[in-house]
Design a protein around this ligand. Structure first.
Ligand code: MG
Length: 252
């Protein structure tokens, strides 16, 4: 499958979305943003810390697999591993212990920088009068606390969905459905911005037009297969082409 990467495909992909979803128009009022690999260049640290923490507990997850699992809550990832290697669910105690260790290693990896272009894109979206909601599976306090530092005045608790708000987490549509509620908009009034296969699946399952930014090592085809409506190569590309993107969204 040809990756849907080009900006000029946006118009066609919007028509496809409308046909499939049965909506008459895409009346965008809100953007729902994933955090890791979208707002922060934090995925290399997450992948490494999952790999190392799991190993300490006799579990095995490669960095590549960590990218494939991205989007799940910590508890979700640990349970997947427990089922695979121990043949049973992880206990609450094990989940807490392993996640605590993973978070410690994550912090020791260093300082996750904001993704290039993220600030500019968020600024443009705000200037266009659109709402912004964070929808992350993360419970990593060190990053959640940094949102305000790097993106001041953008994320308040009432427009954030984190690991603490969800029962199922991505790839279930639940976090994005909660995001729609927080933005007070319908599915055809929002756009999801995601980098991870399971996050794309969640956005698409929630019935929302989903833009994938491929900021990691996985091939575009994986994001296409999960149903991404378009794929951009970076957040910087998205920020630089914001005017064209919003123009296309508004004429639909
Ligand atoms: Mg992500």
């Amino acid at each position: 499958m040809q990756p849907k990467m080009q900006l000029f495909m946006l118009e066609k992909e919007i028509s496809n979305y409308l046909l499939k979803s049965g909506n008459k128009s895409l009346n965008v009022k809100a953007f729902l943003f994933d955090m890791d690999g979208v707002l922060f260049n934090s995925m290399p640290f997450h992948a490494k810390s999952w790999h190392l923490a799991a190993k300490e507990f006799g579990l095995d997850i490669s960095e590549q697999q960590a990218y494939m699992n991205e989007g799940r809550t910590g508890a979700g990832t640990i349970n997947e591993l427990a089922l695979r290697f121990w043949g049973r669910n992880a206990t609450q105690n094990e989940i807490e212990e392993i996640y605590k260790r993973k978070a410690e290693i994550f912090v020791s990896c260093g300082h996750a920088e904001p993704m290039k272009g993220a600030f500019e894109l968020l600024t443009s979206i705000k200037k266009s009068g659109l709402k912004i909601v964070l929808v992350t599976g993360s419970g990593q306090k060190s990053l959640l606390d940094k949102l305000n530092h790097y993106f001041p005045g953008t994320f308040a608790p009432e427009n954030m969905v984190t690991a603490f708000d969800v029962k199922y987490g991505k790839p279930n549509p639940e976090p994005y459905l909660i995001g729609l509620k927080k933005a007070n908009v319908a599915a055809n009034e929002a756009v999801v911005v995601e980098n991870a296969p399971l996050g794309v699946r969640a956005g698409v399952a929630a019935g929302i037009f989903t833009i994938a930014v491929n900021t990691g090592p996985l091939p575009d085809e994986i994001l296409s297969k999960e149903g991404a409506n378009v794929i951009f190569p970076s957040m910087q590309y998205f920020a630089e082409n914001w005017e064209k993107v919003i123009e296309n969204l508004r004429k639909s």
